[in-house]
Ligand binder design. Structure first.
Ligand SMILES: [Zn+2]
Length: 160
């Protein structure tokens, strides 16, 4: 249980959070918070008349608070890619396939453009270009990512 001081500190903390951060806490990251914190965050949202907002509305209103925290691309990045993922990759002792390079970082969802290359000591053949989003989740394995192939039209401008 919280002492009155701790409760007040927590309350002050929630009141100091911006609308987007508060909504993210309640809608996306609720598993990471204790029930007391969640209750205070929800109370604060009620006061701000933001308690009825849906996940879709939240994503639209605060894209920068939503897209970096979900394994999804923002609408702009979805629009310039297809459903095709980069697929299986294998690399051992200089031979195989790797995603390489970095370009056209998205401010909203944090994805970048990378090329899928066949390696034979050096990258020798570019198979395709993909939007890649690396998921920042300490519980997930390193290198966990989501990928979507860039549409062919105009894709060169995204890669350097
Ligand atoms: Zn994006």
């Amino acid at each position: 249980m919280l002492s009155p001081e701790e409760y007040r500190d927590l309350q002050n903390h929630m009141q100091a959070l911006g609308d987007g951060s508060l909504l993210r806490l309640v809608l996306l990251n609720r598993d990471e918070y204790k029930p007391e914190s969640l209750a205070l965050a929800e109370e604060e949202l009620r006061k701000r008349k933001l308690d009825c907002i849906t996940l879709d509305e939240f994503a639209k209103k605060f894209p920068g608070e939503y897209y970096p925290y979900v394994p999804t691309f923002c609408p702009t990045c979805l629009d310039e890619t297809t459903d095709e993922p980069a697929g299986f990759m294998f690399y051992f002792r200089g031979i195989g396939t790797l995603l390489r390079g970095r370009g056209s970082e998205c401010d909203v969802c944090g994805s970048t453009v990378q090329g899928k290359w066949i390696y034979f000591i050096f990258p020798i053949f570019l198979i395709g270009k993909y939007r890649v989003k690396y998921l920042e989740d300490p519980w997930m394995k390193r290198g966990k990512r989501v990928t979507r192939r860039l549409k062919a039209k105009g894709s060169m401008r995204h890669f350097s």
